[in-house]
Design a protein around this ligand. Structure first.
Ligand code: DX5
Ligand code: ZN
Length: 223
Protein backbone atom coordinates (compact mmCIF):
# COMPACT_ATOMS: atom_id res chain seq x y z
CA UNK A 1 0.00 0.00 0.00
CA UNK A 2 2.80 2.44 0.87
CA UNK A 3 3.92 2.66 -2.75
CA UNK A 4 0.49 3.96 -3.77
CA UNK A 5 -0.39 7.61 -3.93
CA UNK A 6 -1.59 9.01 -0.61
CA UNK A 7 -5.37 9.39 -0.37
CA UNK A 8 -6.56 12.77 0.85
CA UNK A 9 -9.92 12.66 2.61
CA UNK A 10 -11.12 16.25 3.15
CA UNK A 11 -13.07 16.69 6.40
CA UNK A 12 -16.36 18.41 5.56
CA UNK A 13 -16.37 19.80 9.11
CA UNK A 14 -14.35 22.72 7.74
CA UNK A 15 -16.43 23.31 4.60
CA UNK A 16 -19.24 25.82 4.11
CA UNK A 17 -22.29 23.92 5.44
CA UNK A 18 -24.68 26.41 3.83
CA UNK A 19 -23.34 25.23 0.46
CA UNK A 20 -22.90 21.54 1.20
CA UNK A 21 -24.03 20.23 -2.19
CA UNK A 22 -21.76 22.71 -4.00
CA UNK A 23 -18.81 21.76 -1.81
CA UNK A 24 -19.29 18.07 -2.61
CA UNK A 25 -19.46 18.78 -6.33
CA UNK A 26 -16.41 21.01 -6.11
CA UNK A 27 -14.44 18.20 -4.44
CA UNK A 28 -15.49 15.75 -7.12
CA UNK A 29 -14.61 18.15 -9.92
CA UNK A 30 -11.24 18.80 -8.27
CA UNK A 31 -10.43 15.09 -8.58
CA UNK A 32 -10.88 14.08 -4.94
CA UNK A 33 -12.15 10.54 -4.40
CA UNK A 34 -12.94 10.49 -0.66
CA UNK A 35 -14.96 12.75 1.67
CA UNK A 36 -14.50 12.48 5.44
CA UNK A 37 -17.79 12.87 7.32
CA UNK A 38 -17.44 13.65 11.03
CA UNK A 39 -20.50 12.51 12.96
CA UNK A 40 -20.57 13.80 16.54
CA UNK A 41 -23.21 13.11 19.19
CA UNK A 42 -22.44 15.57 22.00
CA UNK A 43 -21.71 12.60 24.31
CA UNK A 44 -18.62 10.82 23.04
CA UNK A 45 -17.27 14.24 22.06
CA UNK A 46 -18.35 17.69 23.27
CA UNK A 47 -19.79 18.73 19.91
CA UNK A 48 -22.76 17.85 17.68
CA UNK A 49 -22.64 17.78 13.88
CA UNK A 50 -24.96 15.76 11.62
CA UNK A 51 -26.31 12.24 11.21
CA UNK A 52 -27.85 9.81 8.70
CA UNK A 53 -30.54 12.15 7.23
CA UNK A 54 -27.92 14.72 6.18
CA UNK A 55 -25.62 12.01 4.82
CA UNK A 56 -28.54 10.61 2.82
CA UNK A 57 -29.07 14.03 1.23
CA UNK A 58 -25.35 14.37 0.55
CA UNK A 59 -25.36 10.94 -1.10
CA UNK A 60 -27.69 12.25 -3.82
CA UNK A 61 -25.24 14.99 -4.74
CA UNK A 62 -22.04 13.08 -5.52
CA UNK A 63 -20.28 9.76 -5.97
CA UNK A 64 -17.45 10.46 -3.52
CA UNK A 65 -16.39 7.59 -1.24
CA UNK A 66 -18.12 8.45 2.06
CA UNK A 67 -15.59 7.87 4.83
CA UNK A 68 -17.88 8.14 7.89
CA UNK A 69 -16.10 8.79 11.17
CA UNK A 70 -18.58 8.07 13.95
CA UNK A 71 -17.70 9.91 17.15
CA UNK A 72 -20.78 8.56 18.92
CA UNK A 73 -21.41 6.43 22.02
CA UNK A 74 -22.48 2.84 21.35
CA UNK A 75 -22.26 3.10 17.55
CA UNK A 76 -23.77 -0.40 17.26
CA UNK A 77 -27.17 1.30 17.71
CA UNK A 78 -26.90 3.11 14.39
CA UNK A 79 -24.89 0.99 11.92
CA UNK A 80 -27.87 0.13 9.70
CA UNK A 81 -28.96 3.79 9.54
CA UNK A 82 -25.53 4.85 8.26
CA UNK A 83 -25.46 1.98 5.77
CA UNK A 84 -28.91 2.98 4.47
CA UNK A 85 -27.81 6.62 4.27
CA UNK A 86 -25.05 5.66 1.85
CA UNK A 87 -21.84 5.27 3.86
CA UNK A 88 -19.02 3.47 2.00
CA UNK A 89 -16.86 3.06 5.09
CA UNK A 90 -17.91 3.20 8.74
CA UNK A 91 -15.30 3.96 11.34
CA UNK A 92 -16.19 3.43 15.01
CA UNK A 93 -14.18 4.38 18.08
CA UNK A 94 -12.74 1.55 20.17
CA UNK A 95 -13.50 3.67 23.26
CA UNK A 96 -17.20 4.01 22.40
CA UNK A 97 -18.29 0.36 22.57
CA UNK A 98 -17.90 -2.65 24.86
CA UNK A 99 -18.06 -5.10 21.97
CA UNK A 100 -15.75 -3.86 19.25
CA UNK A 101 -15.51 -7.11 17.29
CA UNK A 102 -19.29 -7.38 17.14
CA UNK A 103 -19.66 -3.88 15.67
CA UNK A 104 -16.86 -4.45 13.15
CA UNK A 105 -18.50 -7.69 12.00
CA UNK A 106 -21.89 -5.99 11.75
CA UNK A 107 -20.42 -3.28 9.49
CA UNK A 108 -18.75 -5.87 7.24
CA UNK A 109 -21.90 -8.02 7.12
CA UNK A 110 -23.83 -4.96 5.94
CA UNK A 111 -21.48 -4.74 2.95
CA UNK A 112 -19.63 -1.61 4.07
CA UNK A 113 -15.89 -1.26 4.77
CA UNK A 114 -15.17 -1.49 8.51
CA UNK A 115 -12.67 0.75 10.32
CA UNK A 116 -11.72 1.46 13.93
CA UNK A 117 -10.48 4.73 15.35
CA UNK A 118 -8.22 5.14 18.36
CA UNK A 119 -8.00 8.32 20.43
CA UNK A 120 -4.45 9.64 20.95
CA UNK A 121 -3.98 7.97 24.36
CA UNK A 122 -5.58 4.63 23.40
CA UNK A 123 -3.02 1.82 22.88
CA UNK A 124 -2.69 -0.01 19.56
CA UNK A 125 -3.39 -3.30 21.35
CA UNK A 126 -7.10 -2.52 21.00
CA UNK A 127 -6.95 -3.39 17.29
CA UNK A 128 -4.19 -6.03 17.12
CA UNK A 129 -6.45 -9.07 16.72
CA UNK A 130 -8.94 -7.26 14.50
CA UNK A 131 -6.46 -6.22 11.80
CA UNK A 132 -7.37 -9.00 9.31
CA UNK A 133 -11.01 -7.83 9.49
CA UNK A 134 -10.30 -4.12 9.23
CA UNK A 135 -10.16 -2.13 6.01
CA UNK A 136 -8.62 0.76 7.92
CA UNK A 137 -7.42 1.95 11.33
CA UNK A 138 -7.77 5.64 12.10
CA UNK A 139 -5.08 7.12 14.33
CA UNK A 140 -6.55 10.25 15.92
CA UNK A 141 -3.80 12.82 16.16
CA UNK A 142 -5.89 15.31 18.16
CA UNK A 143 -8.54 14.65 20.80
CA UNK A 144 -11.71 14.36 18.70
CA UNK A 145 -14.45 16.96 18.74
CA UNK A 146 -13.23 19.95 16.80
CA UNK A 147 -11.39 20.94 13.65
CA UNK A 148 -8.37 23.21 13.64
CA UNK A 149 -6.48 21.67 16.57
CA UNK A 150 -2.74 21.12 16.79
CA UNK A 151 -1.16 17.76 15.86
CA UNK A 152 -0.03 15.73 18.90
CA UNK A 153 3.62 14.79 18.16
CA UNK A 154 3.73 11.32 19.78
CA UNK A 155 1.22 10.11 17.18
CA UNK A 156 3.97 9.76 14.56
CA UNK A 157 5.58 6.98 16.61
CA UNK A 158 2.16 5.39 17.00
CA UNK A 159 1.69 5.36 13.20
CA UNK A 160 5.09 3.63 12.73
CA UNK A 161 4.25 1.04 15.37
CA UNK A 162 0.88 0.34 13.78
CA UNK A 163 2.53 -0.04 10.37
CA UNK A 164 4.88 -2.62 11.88
CA UNK A 165 1.98 -4.43 13.53
CA UNK A 166 0.07 -4.56 10.22
CA UNK A 167 3.13 -5.87 8.34
CA UNK A 168 3.78 -8.49 11.03
CA UNK A 169 0.19 -9.71 10.86
CA UNK A 170 0.28 -9.78 7.04
CA UNK A 171 -2.95 -7.78 6.97
CA UNK A 172 -3.65 -5.15 4.31
CA UNK A 173 -5.24 -2.63 6.62
CA UNK A 174 -4.90 1.02 5.62
CA UNK A 175 -3.71 3.61 8.13
CA UNK A 176 -5.60 6.90 8.29
CA UNK A 177 -4.45 9.93 10.28
CA UNK A 178 -6.94 12.58 11.41
CA UNK A 179 -6.35 15.86 13.20
CA UNK A 180 -3.89 18.69 12.72
CA UNK A 181 -2.63 17.39 9.37
CA UNK A 182 -0.89 20.20 7.48
CA UNK A 183 1.41 20.73 4.53
CA UNK A 184 4.26 20.85 7.08
CA UNK A 185 3.72 17.41 8.63
CA UNK A 186 2.03 15.35 5.87
CA UNK A 187 5.30 14.00 4.46
CA UNK A 188 6.42 12.81 7.90
CA UNK A 189 3.09 11.02 8.42
CA UNK A 190 3.32 9.20 5.09
CA UNK A 191 6.91 8.20 5.82
CA UNK A 192 5.74 6.77 9.14
CA UNK A 193 3.14 4.63 7.31
CA UNK A 194 -0.02 6.69 6.72
CA UNK A 195 -2.05 5.77 3.62
CA UNK A 196 -4.99 8.16 4.05
CA UNK A 197 -4.75 11.69 5.43
CA UNK A 198 -7.79 13.58 6.67
CA UNK A 199 -7.55 17.33 6.31
CA UNK A 200 -10.14 19.88 7.38
CA UNK A 201 -8.85 23.37 8.01
CA UNK A 202 -5.60 22.93 6.05
CA UNK A 203 -7.66 21.93 3.02
CA UNK A 204 -10.85 24.01 2.88
CA UNK A 205 -9.18 27.30 3.80
CA UNK A 206 -7.03 27.08 0.69
CA UNK A 207 -9.07 26.89 -2.53
CA UNK A 208 -9.02 26.09 -5.37
CA UNK A 209 -9.37 22.49 -4.22
CA UNK A 210 -7.68 20.91 -7.25
CA UNK A 211 -4.51 22.86 -6.55
CA UNK A 212 -4.63 22.18 -2.83
CA UNK A 213 -5.09 18.46 -3.50
CA UNK A 214 -2.17 18.42 -5.96
CA UNK A 215 0.04 20.26 -3.46
CA UNK A 216 -0.81 17.71 -0.75
CA UNK A 217 -0.09 14.76 -3.03
CA UNK A 218 3.21 16.20 -4.20
CA UNK A 219 4.32 17.13 -0.69
CA UNK A 220 3.41 13.66 0.61
CA UNK A 221 5.49 12.13 -2.19
CA UNK A 222 8.47 14.34 -1.27
CA UNK A 223 8.31 16.39 -4.46
C1 DX5 B 1 -11.90 15.99 14.75
C2 DX5 B 1 -12.33 15.41 13.42
C3 DX5 B 1 -11.44 15.75 12.29
C4 DX5 B 1 -11.30 17.23 12.02
C5 DX5 B 1 -9.99 17.48 11.34
O1 DX5 B 1 -12.66 15.45 15.76
O2 DX5 B 1 -12.37 14.01 13.52
O3 DX5 B 1 -11.82 15.05 11.12
O4 DX5 B 1 -12.34 17.74 11.23
O5 DX5 B 1 -9.82 18.84 11.20
P1 DX5 B 1 -8.37 19.48 11.06
O6 DX5 B 1 -7.74 18.93 9.82
O7 DX5 B 1 -8.67 20.95 10.94
O8 DX5 B 1 -7.60 19.14 12.29
ZN1 ZN C 1 -12.63 12.83 11.63
Amino acid sequence: MAANETIISPSLLSCDFSRLANELKALEEAGLKWAHLDVMDGMFVPNITFGPPVIKSMRKECNLFFDCHLMIEQPERYIQEFVDAGADLICVHAEATNHLERVVSAIADAGVKPAVSLNPATPLEEVRYLLPQLYMVLIMSVNPGFGGQKYIPFCTEKISELKQMINDSKAETLIQVDGGVTMDNCRELVEAGADVLVSGSAFFKFPPYAERHKKFIETCAGK
